[in-house]
Design a protein around this ligand. Structure first.
Ligand code: NDP
Ligand code: 13P
Length: 337
């Protein structure tokens, strides 16, 4: 069935997800805050600032008019960075009220809000009254935009407490290179998505420092233990962390040159100033702000997260990265489980 879908955010991920939906026969409106970018996508079918060499489907329509993008939308997919979610969702809620529309809401963003420590679906729930949306679905898994653009096989998870809503998102995205599983553990999927970026910063930093595969595998594994510990304390199903949005996304983000978080960590490990690295990336590095939220959340919930703490110290307290890595090794002996 053809759906009218609004995709909000024409960065690397939003523009590629919009392309997948267009290829699947849906009527898609891609919203960007720049008129010149909308014109470029509509006329040249390119998006120079984000995925330089990719030619978008000619029937992908972009607009800088949010009202127009949302008109008659049956599904709204948020794909802006976490810090922008609340503001964009507030604008959306106003328009939905005027349009008297009640779409299904989905998001593909990965992070925790600063100060509130909220997951994306919690921010959306606050900003968009229940009367204006059917349900909220999170889309997450090992999925770099650059490889989806080449139609490499990609598997992800659509998570919602409302299984029917997750199935609708599964249906609109599934095709021969994009396979979607459903999951009702929204907390686990969103925590895995947000926290893997922090661990990828750490693994990238180990690479930059010159460490080998043993150290990186160790940080990924113990990082997953921290993610699971936090997730379970917040109500997640521990098995979710063995899935696509857990270990799957952790592996891809900690090992791929496409990962902005990994690349940022690598440069920091080589001695560059974290603030300069982030400023020069030209795309969002979600793990930096989420690291602060995760650190504060761990303190608040009294959860032991030494890797998150170490990453926080490097990013926010100018800690010496060699010393931080050495200190992690010298913690008292622990039981693995
Ligand atoms: N790239 C990927 O492969 C994947 C990314 N994700 C997640 O998707 C989310 C988006 O990432 P991605 O597309 O890669 O990020 P990019 O940095 O590539 O693009 C971000 C997009 O969001 C827009 N944006 C930022 N702030 C606002 C705002 N306040 N209002 C409106 N638009 C805004 C940017 O616009 P502008 O150009 O004006 O700054 C840009 O179009 C992140 O949470 C990321 O973790 C998830 C899976 C894969
Ligand atoms: O979430 C992603 C892949 O699944 C993208 O990760 P980065 O934001 O680190 O590029």
């Amino acid at each position: 069935m053809k759906n009218k879908i609004a995709v909000l955010g024409a960065g690397s991920w939003g523009s590629i997800l919009a392309s997948v939906l267009v290829q699947n026969g849906h009527d898609v409106s891609l919203w960007t805050r720049h008129t010149d970018q909308a014109n470029e996508i509509n006329q040249k079918h390119t998006n120079q600032r984000y995925l330089k060499n990719y030619q978008y489907p000619s029937n992908l329509k972009a607009t800088a008019d949010l009202k127009q993008a949302l008109t008659a939308a049956q599904i709204i997919l948020f794909s802006v960075p976490t810090p922008a979610i609340r503001d964009v969702a507030t604008q959306v809620a106003k328009i939905l009220q005027e349009q008297n529309n009640q779409p299904l809401i989905a998001h593909a963003s990965k992070g925790l809000e600063q100060n509130t420590h909220l997951r994306i679906s919690q921010i959306l729930e606050i900003a968009i009254p229940q009367s204006q949306c059917q349900a909220i679905v999170a889309l997450s898994g090992p999925s770099h935009a650059e490889e989806v653009a080449r139609q490499d096989p990609t598997l992800i998870t659509a998570a919602s407490t409302d299984l029917d809503a997750a199935k609708r998102i599964q249906d609109v995205f599934m095709n021969n290179y994009f396979r979607v599983y459903t999951n009702t553990d929204l907390i686990g999927v969103e925590i895995g998505a947000a926290l893997k970026n922090v661990i990828a910063l750490g693994v990238g930093a180990l690479h930059g420092l010159g460490y080998g595969d043993n150290a990186k595998a160790a940080l990924m594994t113990r990082g997953l233990a921290e993610i699971s510990r936090l997730g379970v304390a917040l109500g997640a199903n521990p098995l979710t962390f063995t899935g696509l949005s857990g270990v799957g996304d952790l592996i891809v983000t900690c090992t791929s040159v496409h990962s902005r978080n990994w690349r940022a960590g690598d440069q920091i490990g080589r001695g560059q100033n974290p603030a300069d690295v982030i400023a020069n990336m030209g795309m969002v590095v979600e793990g930096v702000k989420t690291c602060q939220s995760a650190y504060e959340l761990a303190q608040q919930e009294n959860i032991e997260m030494p890797i998150v703490e170490a990453t926080y110290d490097v990013l926010y307290n100018h800690a010496n990265i060699d010393k931080v890595a050495a200190d992690l090794m010298q913690r008292e002996g622990k039981a693995e489980l």
